[in-house]
Design a protein around this ligand. Structure first.
Ligand code: COI
Length: 363
């Protein structure tokens, strides 16, 4: 049975195929919040069970000033996207993987968690209820943001007595203002994103505010985002503030091993699988900053970011440039590895390439 229940008067959103679009400038979507029609809320009482959830109009929520999430950061978030096909149907990409990751995070932060079915039902419900906000094919996506938080009151440091699972959505275009142009990354030495034994491997909300200072500083110097190094040796790559990182050398694609300090991105895992299918050797291991500066090609992956080429990187007084050069084979210019993997991944997500892996849910 579905865990969704709809309350309030239905808004004039369109049923399948009837296709009215919200009044949005679809050609100029960035990555900013645009309020949509509905959100989904499901509460969990002291017995640890999530009750049937509700779709309600999108709007502010009420929280106790002593809610666990506000005082001690007991919260997780996820990100997944809905795509509109030419025939008007919506496609979801591996939302079960986000549900599984939320479960891992909930365990780390001592929170009860919705079941995989409850999570996926919520994502489906929010996508369908906000269908008129899903951009036309090729113009962007509906970004869906599930949250799990300690919403009950707590004063001493302890797990909150109650939890809320909330899901909202916003139409989005490119994450970076560079659009699909190559990124210019800054390697940070003062700040670290995560350390061994911390919560860097799960999507805890506490991983994000601490990098804002590094991002602001890098952006003020003209960089797109920050790449962090490990906090022990200060030498091995971790990830970028908003995405995972890959390097290419010849036929080998490498990405830092997910050893507890690196987020296990759904896009990261999908790109690894596609790269294997395309005949690349893929290595998940420690990558030194020297190896990065010597790479043929560098790219980032993430739900929000997609597969984003990196053009240049600054580390101390060294710069690596032309990192997304097109490969030349038999004197013919062919696409970059990032472009090749991106085309396959996007093709599957948009329903243009047959999904042989069972990654897509059509709704
Ligand atoms: C995502 O890619 O979905 C993320 O959560 C990254 C976030 C900084 C937008």
């Amino acid at each position: 049975a579905s865990s969704l229940q709809q309350v309030d008067k239905p808004l004039p959103y369109c049923a399948d195929g009837e296709g009215e679009f919200a009044n949005v400038d679809w050609d100029n979507l960035g990555f900013g919040i645009m309020p949509t029609d509905y959100m989904f809320t499901m509460r969990c009482s002291k017995d640890g069970c999530f009750e049937q959830g509700q779709l309600t109009r999108y709007g502010n929520i009420e929280l106790s000033p002593s809610a666990g999430v506000l005082n001690y950061g007991q919260g997780l978030y996820e990100g997944t996207k809905a795509y509109r096909k030419e025939d008007g149907r919506l496609l979801l990409f591996r939302p079960d993987q986000n549900a599984i990751r939320m479960k891992m995070g909930a365990d780390r932060l001592c929170m009860p968690c919705p079941s995989i079915d409850q999570f996926v039902d919520a994502v489906k419900g929010v996508a369908l209820a906000n269908k008129r906000w899903v951009p036309p094919p090729g113009k962007g996506t509906l970004y869906i943001r599930p949250l799990l938080m300690g919403s009950g009151p707590v004063l001493g440091l302890a797990p909150a007595p109650e939890y809320t699972f909330l899901t909202y959505a916003s139409p989005v275009g490119n994450y970076f203002k560079e659009g699909s142009a190559p990124l210019n990354l800054y390697i940070e030495e003062e700040f670290h994103r995560a350390s061994r034994g911390g919560a860097g491997g799960v999507k805890s909300i506490t991983n994000y505010a601490p990098v804002l200072k590094a991002i602001a500083r890098a952006k003020s110097r003209g960089f797109s985002d920050v790449l962090y190094l490990d906090s022990v040796n200060k030498r091995y790559l971790e990830e970028v503030s908003s995405c995972n990182i890959f390097i290419v050398k010849g036929n080998v694609i490498c990405t830092p091993a997910a050893n507890g300090t690196i987020l296990q991105g759904v896009t990261r895992r999908s790109v690894i699988e596609i790269a294997h299918d395309h005949g690349y050797q893929v290595e998940e291991r420690a990558i030194s900053v020297d190896e990065l500066m010597d790479a043929d090609e560098v790219f980032c992956t993430g739900t929000a970011v997609g597969v984003a080429p990196v053009g240049s990187i600054k580390y101390q007084d060294r710069s690596a440039k032309n990192l997304c050069m097109y490969r030349v084979e038999y004197k013919i210019r062919v696409e970059s590895v990032a472009q090749e993997l991106y085309s396959t991944l996007e093709g599957i997500k948009r329903g243009l390439i047959e999904d042989k892996k069972g990654w897509i849910i059509e709704i």
